[in-house]
Design a protein. Structure first.
Length: 128
């Protein structure tokens, strides 16, 4: 399934990559682009895929991974990724995330972009 990335996705992805600063699996660092609008070499990984609108923009559902680790956890060893999420969120936190992933949420990209931008702005203000 091909999922189109829009402005909300791009803003949220940047927030996740700036929040984590490195691949959460191997520790690989990314590089800032010239404008500070992207982190090159790192990706935003969704434990529950982007097709789940209810967790698509949920910070607890997303982690920063390098391309190799994203491919490893995303397609070859999702069970390892699950173990990481349980350790990261705790059993209750993971169950809550799994429940949120099953809920219906209407697609609202304008609101999603506003929320993602607020998260990004807040993160940038805290790092000043």
């Amino acid at each position: 399934m091909n999922i189109k990335l829009d402005a909300a996705d791009k803003t949220f992805s940047l927030f996740i990559r700036l929040r984590d600063k490195a691949c959460v699996r191997c520790g690989r660092q990314g590089e800032d682009d010239r404008n500070g609008d992207a982190i090159i070499g790192l990706q935003c990984s969704h434990f529950f895929g982007r097709g789940n609108e209810s967790t698509r923009f949920d910070p607890e559902n997303c982690d920063t991974l390098c391309m190799g680790c994203h491919q490893y956890w995303g397609s070859r060893n999702h069970e390892d990724y699950r173990d990481f999420k349980v350790k990261q969120l705790g059993e209750k936190g993971f169950k809550d995330l799994r429940t949120r992933a099953t809920l219906y949420k209407k697609k609202d990209r304008k609101m999603s972009k506003l929320i993602a931008k607020a998260l990004l702005d807040d993160l940038r203000n805290k790092s000043k």
